[in-house]
Design a protein around this ligand. Structure first.
Ligand SMILES: *[C@@H]1O[C@H](CO)[C@@H](O)[C@H](O)[C@H]1NC(C)=O
Ligand SMILES: *[C@@H]1O[C@H](CO)[C@@H](O)[C@H](O)[C@H]1NC(C)=O
Ligand SMILES: *[C@@H]1O[C@H](CO)[C@@H](O)[C@H](O)[C@H]1NC(C)=O
Length: 311
C-alpha cells in the first residue's frame, strides 16, 4: 500500500473512532449496573446486617430506616429538623456498621429520612422555615452520620405539611451542604406514584436533580395485580419523570403489593437488563425477609452481578 493511501485509511479510522465516541450513550444516562440496596431496622424484629447475604460481585447498600425529625413514638411531635433515631438501634449499632463494612469491602451504609409513620401517626415533613429546618437538620444528621460512620442518605418523606418549593429547598440544600462538608458521598430519593408525593419530589428533582445519585422508586406501591408489561410501562414513565436519573426497580418482601418475585418481578428486571436499563434493585425490607432466608435478595444480587457487561 502506498504511503498516501495508508495515511488516508488512518484518517478514516480516526474519524470512525471519534464518531463512535460521540454517538455512544452519554455517561450521565443510566445503564446496567450492579447496585443492590436494602432497607433495614424499621420493624424492630432483631434483624442484623450479618443476617443478610452479600454477594461480593455487587455494590451493596444497607439503608437504616428511619431517622425522623420527631421527638418520640409515644406522643410524637415534629422537631423542625432535629433528627432522632427510629431504627432498631439495639441490633444495628455503630460497632455493627463498622464490622459489616470491615468484613465486606463492597458494603456502604446509609440512613433514610422520614418514612410513612412515627408511632401511630404519619411522619409529616413540617419545617417552620427553610433556614431553621436546614440548620437543625445539618447539625443533628452530621452527628448521627459521624457516630455511625455512614456513607449516604435517602429521602423518604411521604406526607407533607409544606409546599413543593419549601421541600425542594430544604432537602436540596441539605444534600448540597452534607456533600460539600464531606459528611456524605451519595444521596437518593424514594418517591412513589401518588400525585402529592410526585409533586414534591419532581420539584426537588427539577432544582437539585444533579445532586441526587439514585432514585429508589417504590414500584411496590402499585397494585398487587401489576403485570410485567405494566411494570415496564411504569418504569418508562418514571424514567421520563426523573430524566437522566439512575432508577432502581424494587419489590416488597412481604409480597403484599406491586409486581412480586413470585409473579414476574425478575422477568421484568431481565427485560430491563437486556435493554441496558437496569441500574439496580432495592428491597423493602430485610426485617420481613428474615423469615424466608433472603431467597429473593440472593436472586436479585445474582442477576445484577451478571449485568451484561456495560459500565
Ligand atoms: C414530645 O413533644 C410533645 C409536645 O411538646 C410533648 O408533649 C412530649 O412529652 C414530647 N415527648 C418527649 C419524649 O419528649
Ligand atoms: C409545585 O407547586 C407549584 C405551585 O403550587 C405548581 O405550579 C407546580 O406545578 C408544582 N409542581 C412542581 C413539580 O413544581
Ligand atoms: C443465599 O445465599 C447464601 C450465600 O450467598 C446462602 O448461604 C443461602 O443459603 C442462600 N439462601 C437462600 C434462601 O437461597
Amino acid at each position: 500500500m502506498e504511503f498516501s493511501k495508508l495515511f488516508r485509511s488512518l484518517w478514516i479510522l480516526l474519524a470512525a473512532i471519534v464518531f463512535i465516541l460521540i454517538l455512544s450513550p452519554s455517561k450521565s444516562s443510566a445503564q446496567n449496573s450492579n447496585l443492590f440496596r436494602e432497607y433495614i431496622g424499621a420493624l424492630y424484629n432483631g434483624v442484623k446486617f450479618s443476617d443478610v447475604p452479600i454477594n461480593p460481585n455487587d455494590q451493596f447498600h444497607f439503608i437504616l430506616a428511619f431517622a425522623i425529625d420527631y421527638n418520640s413514638t409515644s406522643s410524637p411531635s415534629p422537631t423542625n429538623g432535629k433528627f432522632n433515631i427510629f431504627w432498631d438501634s439495639g441490633n444495628l449499632t455503630p460497632q455493627q456498621v463498622s464490622s459489616i463494612k470491615a468484613q465486606h469491602r463492597n458494603v456502604r451504609v446509609a440512613l433514610s429520612l422520614g418514612g410513612d409513620s412515627v408511632g401511630s401517626s404519619y411522619a409529616y415533613f413540617q419545617p417552620s422555615s427553610v433556614t431553621s429546618w436546614l440548620s437543625n437538620a445539618v447539625s443533628s444528621l452530621t452527628r448521627i452520620i459521624n457516630d455511625y460512620n455512614l456513607d449516604g442518605i435517602d429521602i423518604d418523606y411521604e406526607h407533607f405539611k409544606a409546599d413543593n418549593q419549601t421541600f425542594a429547598e430544604c432537602i436540596g440544600q441539605l444534600i448540597l451542604t452534607l456533600k460539600r462538608n464531606g459528611v456524605i458521598k451519595f444521596a437518593s430519593i424514594s418517591p412513589f406514584d401518588s400525585s402529592q408525593v410526585q409533586d414534591h419530589y419532581l420539584a426537588l428533582w427539577k432544582r437539585y436533580g444533579h445532586l441526587i445519585d439514585y432514585v429508589n422508586f417504590q414500584f411496590y406501591a402499585y397494585d398487587k395485580s401489576t403485570t410485567v408489561d405494566q411494570f415496564i410501562q411504569y418504569f418508562e414513565t418514571q424514567r421520563s419523570n426523573y430524566k437522566g436519573g439512575k432508577i432502581l426497580t424494587s419489590f416488597i418482601s412481604s409480597e403484599t403489593r406491586g409486581l412480586t418475585p413470585d409473579n414476574g418481578f425478575f422477568t421484568a428486571c431481565k427485560m430491563l437488563q437486556d435493554r441496558q436499563q437496569l441500574y439496580g434493585i432495592f428491597v423493602w425490607c430485610a426485617d420481613s425477609s428474615l423469615a424466608d432466608g433472603f431467597r429473593y435478595e440472593n436472586q436479585s444480587q445474582a442477576l445484577l452481578a451478571k449485568r451484561n457487561f456495560y459500565n
